[in-house]
Design a protein around this ligand. Structure first.
Ligand SMILES: O=P(O)(O)OC[C@H]1O[C@](O)(CO)[C@@H](O)[C@@H]1O
Length: 549
């Protein structure tokens, strides 16, 4: 860990990056100097699509709009003010969107203290609970860049049906939707059929870089956030992005890249408690999906607090984030991260996008594609068409069916230990829970228990949400992971209107599809199926707790 206060601070527009210089200097040659010699800051600010090599150039040409998209987003402000006024009676805002189409508004709304229900699950219980909540007063923002994401389309169908079932006419139901999508997507056409209000987003910005486009701003504005402020904050940072000095986003990118090349290729994302809520989940998708490919990558590990297990480690770069610090405040919130990033949220979004693109230059990968995400999706589609593969549990203990490879131990604590023991010095565990993230929230405690017991980084993701985030890294990044998939019995299923499957079947097919993709990589993989969710979660936490002893 560096002495954050002792080293130089790189700041612009109220955004300060502490500790980056020490990380860069810990390498035999400065990554930052190499980036400056290659004129990366100026070229990136000027949207030079050749920065990531010839193979990435075609995609980069249509994906660099994020550098200044916030300026174009200003044009939305009048429209958003009118829309918010027009829909003033609909005060329950639901956002249906996956990955880059929901993570930024979730951070914005949480940070600004505005209520926003994010629906990014296929869990029947969680979807049913959302549908049953204040329907008459609900406006559903359906957000999908491609317009073809199965989860989001399923939510749209379920809400449409629910509005009709509640006695609304189609015209009345259409008023309860706002569609955000790219021009020309299939969803744009559907929106017209539905009579829904449509906002077209900047097509030259990829999903995980879209925080300051319509994807980030429309749901946030409807939830009552003054989004102009975010645009101003990003705009103030822009002038620094072309510079070789006083460029905090460059300092952050160089530190992320330098650390990764020194085998510190896990980044623990820690809130320092100074007013930015949930930013780790947004940065997790940005970093994992952008860098985890071609066998390399940076693994983001979202940790609960600076003192949580896995927040530090020999191959971990600990990065704290938070709002602008008041005079006298210490960066890092009482802990001592390697790097601290403090500043206003709008500037944070832009700085991390820039830093991730810079890390992509250092790693030699294309930060704008997600080549391995389709694999699980295709498996899921095949399973939906042909039915779930027949599988027999290796053994059942209490409320948990255990599906483990041959040769693994025959008791729950034993198989969990087996999963941890399979880890190398650079390994990590990914816990992937296809459950209800509210009703089954306790499951997330597995992360700390396994990190404590194994002494290695452990990530936790709710399925299918994580498939649009760390899912890319699991399959495309370094093959050093051990995978724990948790599925659960469905008490009451829910049809996906107009489709031959239910939400429960879709959820099960997504879990099975991803299992197939992971199994093909021959990494340790364990599936635990909870035949009774509450009892199973309690039992699982007990078993994981015993590992420490
Ligand atoms: O906005 P869309 O097209 O629905 O995509 C949602 C998410 O799915 C992915 O395309 C792939 O997982 C993400 O990159 C994206 O943020």
């Amino acid at each position: 860990m560096s002495d954050l206060l002792g080293g130089p601070v790189e700041a612009a527009a109220g955004l300060a990056v502490y500790g980056a210089d020490a990380v860069d200097k810990s390498a035999p040659a400065s990554t930052r100097d190499a980036l400056v010699r290659a004129e990366v800051p100026g070229r990136l600010a000027a949207k030079d699509a050749s920065l990531w090599g010839p193979d990435a150039e075609a995609e980069a040409k249509i994906r660099l709009g994020w550098v200044d998209t916030h300026r174009r987003s200003r044009e939305l402000l009048v429209q958003l003010a009118e829309l918010t006024a027009e829909l003033g009676d609909l005060d329950h805002v639901v956002l249906a969107g996956m990955g880059g189409s929901s993570l930024a508004p979730e951070v914005i709304a949480r940070t600004m203290g505005r209520p926003l229900t994010v629906l990014d699950t296929t869990d029947p219980g969680q979807v049913r609970a959302a549908l049953g909540d204040r329907l008459e007063r609900t406006v559903v923002v359906v957000a999908s860049k491609s317009g073809s994401t199965v989860e989001t389309d399923s939510h749209r169908r379920a809400y449409w049906q629910a509005f009709l079932d509640a006695g609304m006419t189609e015209a009345e139901a259409g008023r309860h939707f706002v569609i955000v999508t790219d021009p020309g997507s299939p969803l744009e056409a559907t929106a017209t059929e539905m009579g829904a209000f449509t906002v077209l987003a900047d097509p030259n910005v990829g999903g995980r870089y879209s925080a300051l486009t319509a994807f980030g701003l429309v749901p946030s504005a409807l939830a009552g956030v003054e989004v102009a402020e975010l645009i101003d904050q990003a705009d103030e940072l822009v002038a620094s992005l072309a510079g070789d000095r006083d460029n905090p986003a460059l300092a952050l990118g160089a530190a992320l890249g330098a650390a990764a090349t020194l085998a510190r290729d896990k980044v623990a994302l820690v809130s320092d408690g100074t007013g930015i809520e949930g930013f780790g989940d947004w940065a997790e998708q940005l970093i994992a999906e952008s860098t985890g490919k071609a066998g390399v990558g940076i693994l983001p590990v979202v940790v609960e607090s600076p003192r949580s297990p896995g927040a530090t480690g020999p191959d971990v770069l600990t990065v704290s984030y938070g709002g602008a610090l008041a005079p006298g405040d210490t960066p890092g919130g009482g802990a001592s991260p390697d790097v601290a990033v403090n500043g206003p949220l709008g500037a944070q979004f832009l700085a991390w996008e820039y830093a991730t693109a810079v890390a992509g230059v250092v790693l030699g990968i294309d930060p704008f594609n997600q080549p391995n995400v389709t694999e699980s999706k295709e498996n899921t589609n095949k399973i939906l068409a042909s039915g779930l593969p027949a599988e027999t549990p290796s053994f059942t203990e209490g409320a948990i069916e255990v599906y483990a490879p041959q040769g693994a131990p025959g008791d729950l604590t034993g198989v969990l230990r087996w999963l941890l023991d399979a880890l190398g010095d650079d390994g990590y565990v990914a816990v992937m829970a296809y459950l209800d993230r509210f009703a089954d929230a306790d499951t997330a405690r597995l992360r700390t228990l396994l990190a404590e017991a194994g002494g290695r980084p452990v990530t936790f993701g709710w399925g299918p949400r994580f498939l649009h985030s760390t899912g890319q890294y699991h399959k495309g990044g370094p093959q050093v992971g051990s995978f724990l998939q948790v599925t659960g019995a469905v008490a009451e299923d829910l049809p996906v209107p107009g489709k031959p499957y239910t939400f429960g079947e879709l959820q099960a097919a997504q879990a099975a599809g991803d299992r197939q993709a992971l199994a093909g990589r021959e990494r340790p993989l364990l599936r635990l199926h909870l035949t009774d969710r509450a009892a199973g979660v309690a039992q699982l936490l007990d078993a994981a707790g015993e590992l420490r002893a």
